[in-house]
Design a protein around this ligand. Structure first.
Ligand code: COA
Length: 344
């Protein structure tokens, strides 16, 4: 069996920045509270009402395709992790397939909130390992501004919009997704949810009036579970593979709160220079945070680098993944530069 390796990365960020100062004008909050409690300085917002998650996901996929010099017809399957699909159906994956011209692909959306990318990655990896797929596109994409109540200071400061994509292919050696540990537990589903709009509470004047189509969170309670879940998931995967801190090149945690990230790293015994962080610039972009970290730090990654990914999200959903990076990221960055020059 070949491991499924990440062989290319792409991303998309809307241009508009929503800073903490901007939020001070919307709700009763301040920059210091947001920075010290969450680590966030600004986030990106997709303002155009005619563009949403499929647009961002397609752009992230297109970025990957151009960097990798990939023919979209080679893509076998597309998995889009999202909790903010353009609509319930058709799936965002179908819209992306059409937009990028992946005429031989099948695909589906996967809903696991902030663990979405992790769950999609392990699903895609098993599709490669089965031998039935050669190229699987895994995308994490969320337009969180579409379900955020910008009158609720306890949630509107936290989230941002973004998409990022990875390509999975069989590795000829021993790099790729080595193992994963994943769990769900619906006992606390009500602590973090969007209660309206589904078959239980279809849209009515009442659901709209009660704000049921916005994300709702009991932040303090979720924080406790998230700290515990992230740390345990990291510990589980490290124990299984007897990974010491010197074996790990980077921890790539879901970006919900800088304090959760710091606590997870501390419990693992990792210094901050071994932790990928982008929450300060993008906020919590839900399914996009982890692949967005790859896109940000791709140039530093080399074949064989051991990464531990860890996430926690609504559901609850949580888990970890141990992977060995498969390519020299600096070469991929150079390939992108020559593409950009050639395109001028
Ligand atoms: N600006 C200023 N004050 C705010 C505020 C804001 N944006 N949001 C909340 N507050 C206030 C609260 O009203 C509360 O005031 P009170 O003590 O007078 O009642 C106080 O700040 C503390 O609120 P609390 O909710 O206890 O803050 P916190 O330290 O727990 O931080 C979160 C809030 C949301 C940042 C934090 O709980 C968190 O990150 N939760 C987990 C998020 C997460 O992991 N989600 C799952 C994965 S997506």
């Amino acid at each position: 069996m070949s491991y499924a390796a990440i062989t290319a990365v792409g991303h998309f960020l809307p241009e508009e920045r929503l800073t903490n100062a901007d939020l001070e004008r919307l709700v009763d909050t301040d920059d210091e509270w947001i920075r010290t409690r969450t680590g966030i300085r600004e986030r990106r917002i997709l303002r155009d009402p005619d563009k949403a998650t499929a647009y961002m996901a397609s752009n992230a996929a297109q970025d990957l395709i151009e960097k990798r010099g990939l023919d979209p017809e080679e893509i076998d399957a597309i998995i889009v992790a999202t909790i903010t699909p353009d609509m319930f159906f058709p799936a965002t994956a179908c819209l992306v397939q059409h937009e990028i011209g992946a005429s031989k692909a099948w695909g589906f959306d996967l809903s696991a909130a902030c663990s979405g990318f992790l769950f999609a990655l392990s699903t895609g990896a098993q599709m490669i390992e089965s031998g039935r797929h050669e190229k699987v596109l895994v995308i994490g994409a969320d337009k969180m501004s579409g379900i955020t109540n910008f009158e609720d200071r306890s949630t509107c400061v936290l989230f941002g919009d973004a998409a990022a994509a990875v390509l999975l292919e069989p590795d000829p050696g021993d790099c790729g997704v080595i193992d994963f540990y994943q769990r769900v537990d619906g006992k606390h589903a009500g602590l973090l949810s969007m209660p309206g709009g589904g078959s239980l509470r279809p849209p009515t004047y009442e659901t709209v009036a009660k704000g049921m189509h916005f994300l709702q969170q009991q932040g303090r309670a979720v924080f406790k579970y998230a700290v515990d879940g992230m740390a345990r998931a990291a510990e589980e995967i490290m124990d299984r593979h007897q990974l010491g801190i010197d074996d790990i090149r980077y921890l790539v945690p879901h970006q919900a709160n800088q304090r959760i990230i710091d606590t997870t790293a501390r419990k693992m015994g990792l210094d901050s220079d071994k932790v990928m962080v982008n929450i300060d610039r993008y906020g919590n972009t839900t399914a996009a945070t982890i692949p967005l970290c790859f896109a940000d730090r791709e140039e530093e990654l080399r074949r064989g680098d051991a990464l531990v990914l860890v996430a926690f999200g609504g559901g609850f959903t949580w888990g970890s993944c141990y992977l060995r990076w498969a390519y020299d990221g600096s070469k991929a960055a150079r390939a992108r530069e020559s593409y950009a020059t050639a395109a001028l």
